[in-house]
Design a binder for this molecule. Structure first.
Ligand code: ATP
Ligand code: MG
Length: 289
């Protein structure tokens, strides 16, 4: 049974979006968080069962990309949604500002190295999308990338969108299923969460003055996100814009998308052929003897 109709968060190919027009506090069909924990537990259980089959079948891999403004709840959503899943079937990568070694390669290099193996779920906490988001909002970061000068033109963002689309399509054709999440938090809710980080000693470490500076560029970020989402959403690798003002709802919605995705694949345990069956029977006889 579906608890949330997540189709309304899915961005269709070429769909233009205005993030500020979307309801960041949407929790429909729930009026409150009553029972939210129970629902998430149920979804985790279902997710566990599905990932067991994904792992055993060893054909598909699932790549989940998480992007958001600071304090939108990426970390906690990843933690809560994946809590029940067998650790052997998941891997999480957090992408920070690129290192010297990483800058010495093309921008996809570090992400390609981190792709999930077949049978596993790979989670990207930030990703190659930073290259058309933070790098776009801060052109000085682009200048720091040692790309040959004549290859850097005003067309670079469209070129990167095209490259991202192509790489995602290539991955899909090889059995990597991709789902991308933008956690849509409001500017006001971000402010509340920043203040909470300042007031709570246990959360102080999460705070960086830089986060407040980035807040000043909110509008530019929203524009960069809107363009990136529109240019790279596809039926194979769709973006989902998930309301993120209520963390409990964000988690349920994300879990639903992942479950729906896994259910849409032809997942099944490896079939036992007659040779394998003979082997199992032989093992049983020997153990009993
Ligand atoms: P937290 O919730 O703990 O703040 P975070 O994902 O924001 O998690 P940080 O270490 O605070 O982690 O930030 C990582 C920083 O790295 C972000 O500001 C992000 O924009 C930046 N970053 C990631 N990828 C790139 C990139 N390719 N080029 C430049 N900056 C990048
Ligand atoms: Mg941060």
């Amino acid at each position: 049974m579906k608890h949330v109709d997540v189709n309304r968060f899915k961005i269709k190919p070429k769909q233009r979006i205005r993030l500020s027009d979307l309801d960041t506090a949407d929790t429909a069909p729930f009026a409150s968080d009553d029972g939210a924990k129970k629902i998430l537990q149920k979804l985790s259980k279902r997710l566990f069962d599905l990932t067991e089959v994904l792992y055993a079948q060893d054909r598909y891999s699932l790549l989940l990309v998480f992007q958001a403004m600071d304090a939108a709840g990426k970390d906690s959503a990843i933690k809560h949604v994946m809590r029940g899943v067998d650790p052997k079937a998941t891997q999480v990568y957090s992408f920070k500002a690129p290192s010297h070694e990483e800058l010495d390669h093309d921008f996809m290099w570090r992400c390609l190295k981190a792709l999930p193996e077949r049978g596993r779920i790979g989670i990207f906490n930030r990703s190659y999308y930073e290259e058309v988001l933070v790098v776009r909002v801060h052109p000085e970061l682009l200048l720091r990338q040692p790309i040959p000068e004549k290859l850097v033109s005003p067309r670079i963002w469209d070129e990167r969108f095209e490259d991202i689309r192509n790489i995602e399509q290539y991955l899909c054709r090889n059995g990597t299923v991709i789902r991308k999440f933008y956690l849509n938090v409001s500017k006001a809710e971000q402010r509340r969460r920043f203040l909470a980080r300042l007031d709570d000693p246990a959360k102080n470490w999460k705070f960086s003055l830089n986060d407040v500076d980035e807040r000043l560029r909110w509008k530019e970020y929203m524009q960069a996100y809107e363009e990136a989402i529109r240019a790279t959403t596809s039926s194979d690798a769709p973006w989902y814009v998930i309301p993120a003002d209520h963390k409990w709802f964000t988690r349920i919605a994300i879990a639903e998308v992942i479950i729906e995705t896994l259910e849409s694949l032809d997942l099944h345990f490896p079939r036992i052929d007659s040779r394998k069956r003979r082997e199992l029977n032989l093992a049983r006889r020997r153990l009993r003897a």
